[in-house]
Design a protein around this ligand. Structure first.
Ligand SMILES: *[C@@H]1O[C@H](CO)[C@@H](O)[C@H](O)[C@H]1NC(C)=O
Ligand SMILES: *[C@@H]1O[C@H](CO)[C@@H](O)[C@H](O)[C@H]1NC(C)=O
Ligand SMILES: *[C@@H]1O[C@H](CO)[C@@H](O)[C@H](O)[C@H]1NC(C)=O
Length: 650
């Protein structure tokens, strides 16, 4: 250690704000002062992510003469304000011998003891130094200076979301029904003009978010060419063919795993045949038209077995066996018909008056002078073209009657769609039965018909009972979509997340409302240390805000809670909280953690600044950066929170 003292001291003299710093800024200041643009350029040269509004305000404050230029000393001040974060300096000093540099062995110790990375060794530490240390001399000596440490701690390498969960890491060879599947409802956007008609971009955009089940509303169009639009909205009509072409192009850009097209089919058998032809001709080999090996299996295949495949969910005539027996024969011109109760799963059954079709029926019934339709079990005829029916293999739509009916009569390749209100009732009244149902069958939940403004319900309550496809309006931002995006960050953003064992096991007794003793609860401790370059309030003309952080837990009802920090007055640049929150979480596998940052405008109203949501078990332990996203899901980098995370199983 003694011999090291001299080089350490030399090094200390040689780094900030001396040689390294001067080398970079020398050119700029040769002519004296620099302006704002040069300041931004210099910060970029130092690899410093900055927020324009914050730097602008600090620059203005430094420019005391209002000349639009600053001196070297002023720039040093800006650099320190933006980069030299007190909380990270404290951490560095606590781990660096002589408070100056972190040699490799000390960095390894820091990673193991503070960052909970037991596998960290000399190689890991050297790689970090090579990646983050800007001062050449320190790099050569295998040491990390404060400059390197600051860059490391604020990088994605220190992000709260586990690196190992950013790729597909779960077992993908289980039957499809064992996964939560990212699902969208009525996929369209009203205002986006990027690739033409708004809802075309809606499909592409949902696929780019990892969505693996899209809903397509098909209607008879002119010239025997089916069209897509949403019956009770103002969206324009586009041809079914174009929709399938767009889906074909975007289907596997983000995820390799299978895509389900859920057809909400209002077409005549004649146009259903056209639909079948488009699907076959445009999707080609991607389309699932038979079972694997042409044999009838007794359970659903896995996402792995169906990589790069597209499946059609629609009503179907008869069984899978019959389809396989008919293989090779031409099914054009043949149709089948069956009767179903009026409140079919695709009508918005909770409030018939809200959708057009039941409204017409209602009038007619009234005209006949019969009893109101809500009381009467009206039957309607459904006509299906055999050509389309034959394309439905693993995802046959089946009307949900009751859990008992499903237990006795439902096939493994049949999917139920249940409206939000009915599903909520079932979850409350018969949660365990619901769970046992979703262990066997893929279950899709869709929003109630009164959500004509495309608002969303909380998906968590249906994930809690194992529902695989909990369909949300992807175009409607808000806490529900934050939960959706957060949940499906897991497993590489592939759109498939393996359900916990108690939602997959045929003998499960799991009930999210009445927890049994065999859970493995987790104690979670979050120390909220600081915020960094938070977006100033949209209502503020300065770079200030009165930030407050709310940590929310979503999960089973017992775990649902939130805790709030105190308000830091007038500081969006570097608020400091030092506040610790502790949560006792009964069902950690289902828990999501949402960090929300708000600006307290008054005692009764807050302005949303940013949020981040992720699965509890995808959180890294130790000192971590929490990125922040806007309401619309835009990354607000470099805005972030700095936290210390710790959790353990009781
Ligand atoms: C550090 O661990 C990695 C595997 O995690 C291993 O490949 C490497 O050889 C180890 N390095 C040292 C110096 O032990
Ligand atoms: C949508 O309508 C629901 C009531 O049906 C209402 O509570 C909600 O605030 C509305 N959302 C928007 C974005 O208008
Ligand atoms: C937070 O803690 C640090 C030391 O750990 C202290 O220097 C700082 O003043 C504290 N800040 C607040 C706002 O409590």
């Amino acid at each position: 250690m003694k011999e090291n003292t001299v080089p350490f001291f030399k090094l200390f003299l040689s780094f900030f704000p001396f040689t390294w710093f001067l080398n970079i800024i020398h050119d700029r200041f040769r002519k004296g002062k620099i302006n704002f643009e040069n300041t931004l350029e210099l910060l970029s040269k130092f690899d410093i992510p900055y927020d324009y509004v914050h730097v602008k305000h600090i620059f203005k404050a430094s420019d005391s003469l209002k000349a639009g230029t600053i001196t070297l000393e002023d720039f040093r001040g800006i650099y320190r304000t933006i980069v030299h974060r007190g909380e990270i300096q404290e951490l560095f000093k606590a781990h660096a011998p002589n408070h100056r540099t972190l040699p490799v062995p000390h960095l390894v110790e820091f990673l193991r003891n503070e960052q909970f990375q037991p596998e960290a060794n000399e190689t890991t530490a050297s790689q970090l130094i090579a990646k983050f240390e800007p001062i050449e001399e320190a790099k050569r000596n295998a040491q990390m200076t404060l400059e390197g440490f600051l860059r490391y701690m604020t990088s994605d390498d220190c992000a709260i979301f586990k690196t190992e969960h950013r790729i597909v890491y779960q077992d993908m060879t289980r039957p499809l029904s064992e996964y939560f599947i990212s699902t969208s409802h009525n996929t369209y956007l009203l205002s986006d003009q990027l690739i033409g008609p708004s809802h075309l971009w809606g499909y592409a955009s949902a696929l780019m978010k990892g969505c693996r089940c899209l809903e397509i509303d098909c209607w008879d169009g002119p010239s025997n060419d089916p069209v897509v639009y949403h019956g009770h909205t103002l969206t324009s009509k586009i041809s079914f063919k174009t929709v399938i072409q767009v889906i074909n192009k975007y289907a596997f850009l983000v995820s390799d795993y299978p895509l389900v097209l859920s057809l909400e089919n209002h077409c005549s058998p004649k146009q259903q045949e056209v639909i079948a032809d488009y699907l076959i001709n445009i999707l080609g080999d991607k389309l699932v038209v038979s079972t694997i090996d042409d044999m009838v299996p007794n359970e659903l295949p896995s996402p792995e077995a169906l990589k790069f495949k597209i499946m059609i969910k629609n009503k179907k005539l008869g069984t899978l066996e019959e389809t396989l027996e008919r293989r090779g024969t031409d099914s054009h011109g043949q149709t089948g018909e069956f009767e179903e109760e009026e409140t079919s799963d695709e009508e918005k059954d909770e409030n018939p008056a809200q959708s057009k079709l039941p409204l017409l029926k209602k009038r007619r019934t009234h005209w006949k002078g019969s009893i109101p339709p809500r009381k009467k079990q009206k039957m309607k005829k459904i006509k299906i073209a055999l050509a389309l029916s034959e394309l439905v293999i693993y995802t046959k739509a089946r009307k949900f009657v009751s859990f008992e009916d499903s237990r006795e009569n439902q096939h493994f390749f049949e999917i139920n769609s249940i409206g939000e209100l009915k599903a909520r009732k079932l979850a409350k009244l018969a949660a365990t039965e619901f769970v046992q149902h979703t262990v066997r069958f893929i279950t899709r939940i869709y929003p109630k018909g009164t959500r004509t403004n495309s608002s969303n319900y909380n998906p968590q309550e249906f994930w809690n009972v194992g529902c695989q496809m909990v369909a949300l309006n992807f175009q409607t931002a808000g806490v529900q979509m934050d939960l959706q995006n957060g949940k499906f960050l897991d497993n590489g953003g592939s759109g498939y997340v393996l359900k916990p064992e108690y939602l997959r096991n045929a003998n499960t007794k799991f009930n999210p409302y009445v927890l049994s003793a065999n859970q493995h609860p987790v104690i979670l401790t979050i120390k909220l240390i600081s915020g960094h370059q938070l977006p100033p309030s949209s209502l503020s003309r300065s770079n200030k805000a009165d930030p407050v952080v709310i940590v929310e837990i979503y999960g089973v009802p017992d775990d649902q809670t939130k805790q709030q920090s105190y308000v830091v007055k007038g500081n969006a640049l570097s608020p400091r909280w030092n506040e610790t929150f502790t949560f006792n979480i009964q069902v950690p596998e289902l828990a999501l953690v949402r960090f929300v940052v708000e600006d307290q405008l008054s005692l009764t109203s807050n302005d949303f600044l940013g949020q981040y949501t992720l699965p509890l078990l995808s959180m890294n332990k130790g000192y971590r950066k929490v990125p922040l996203f806007s309401k619309l899901g835009v990354n607000l980098h470099p805005a972030s929170l700095f936290v210390h995370i710790w959790y353990f199983t009781q």
